[in-house]
Write a protein that binds this ligand. Sequence first.
Ligand SMILES: Cc1cc2nc3c(=O)[nH]c(=O)nc-3n(C[C@H](O)[C@H](O)[C@H](O)COP(=O)(O)OP(=O)(O)OC[C@H]3O[C@@H](n4cnc5c(N)ncnc54)[C@H](O)[C@@H]3O)c2cc1C
Length: 313
Amino acid sequence: MVKIVKADTEIYFLQQLSDICIHIEKCGRTCYKSEDKITTETAIPFIKGILKSGHESVIEHANIIFSMPVTEKNYRVLTMRDIRGLNISVERDPADGVEKIIVSGNMRALRDIARQYDVHDFLLAAGNPLFYITESAKPVFDGVKVESVQTSRFSEQHNYITTHSVCDVGAYKDITRHRLASFSIESTRFCNYSKGKFGGELTMLEPCNIDKGTEMYSEWLGCMEMIEKAYMKMAALGGKSDQLRMLLPHSAKADMIMSANITEWKHIFSLRCHKAAHPSVQLVMKMMLEAFYKKWPAFFEAEYQRFICGEEV
Ligand SMILES: Cc1cc2nc3c(=O)[nH]c(=O)nc-3n(C[C@H](O)[C@H](O)[C@H](O)COP(=O)(O)OP(=O)(O)OC[C@H]3O[C@@H](n4cnc5c(N)ncnc54)[C@H](O)[C@@H]3O)c2cc1C
């Protein structure tokens, strides 16, 4: 019997540097639906495996914010090397009133710039050898200091938010078009839903644009049941998940982890909370916007008024 679930979303908070590995493991295990394997000992071996296999997009879910003094040398290094993937600004620190260079980037970007541009200062400042490219590098900047992880007192471009959503394949296909965000999604290649772990059933997202109790809904449900029957029959014939997934429709449930900075989140809301977006995308994006507004009202006031309070659609 096909399982029907509702869309849902939650924020995955990362509050301190020492929790980066735990956060990355929690995000990364979504791909394999192996969250049940998490213990206090599993984060480091999980990340070692991720780094070894080259599946580095998983470490993009952790963002670090650094400060450094406004010196000629720091300016020169930042402008002379074509450093990609970092957010850079000069800001007056609200904590002490001092003007500083603020740099932020996710763990993937920090490792890439160490490899490609020989700039290791940020990884060294973060202090976790698990992510180092080399331990013997010389610093190229003056006085790089970690200020915060994920969110901070600095401007929106440096502040990062990670979410977990339950949506359908159609919604995640649309949402993953946003290029300045990072994603980890339940893999229909790794997950074989005929196995006991998944209850031997397919899970579909309740359609938000087909009313329950209508003939159209019965038609949709009948089709989902036929797909499930074919999936289980192919599995019984020895079909592998690579073959079985060819049957999965846009309604199939997907767990999606998504991270971006607030500037990109606002851009995504402006496109995906809008009535021109597909209803299943609007549904999950409006849920996120409400959760963000509750936590960070100052950043999301305009989007909340526009799309949730309906001032303008
Ligand atoms: C209503 C709607 C209908 C759509 N229909 C279709 C469709 O029929 N077919 C289809 O293929 N797609 C479709 N899309 C997807 C759309 O084309 C974009 O791929 C998607 O919305 C990503 O948004 P974006 O390009 O604005 O910015 P993002 O990818 O979120 O990037 C954010 C910003 O970064 C900058 N940026 C990022 N990458 C680059 C780059 N390589 N070069 C220059 N600037 C960059 C831009 O300023 C961009 O606004 C649709 C989207 C919407 C909202």
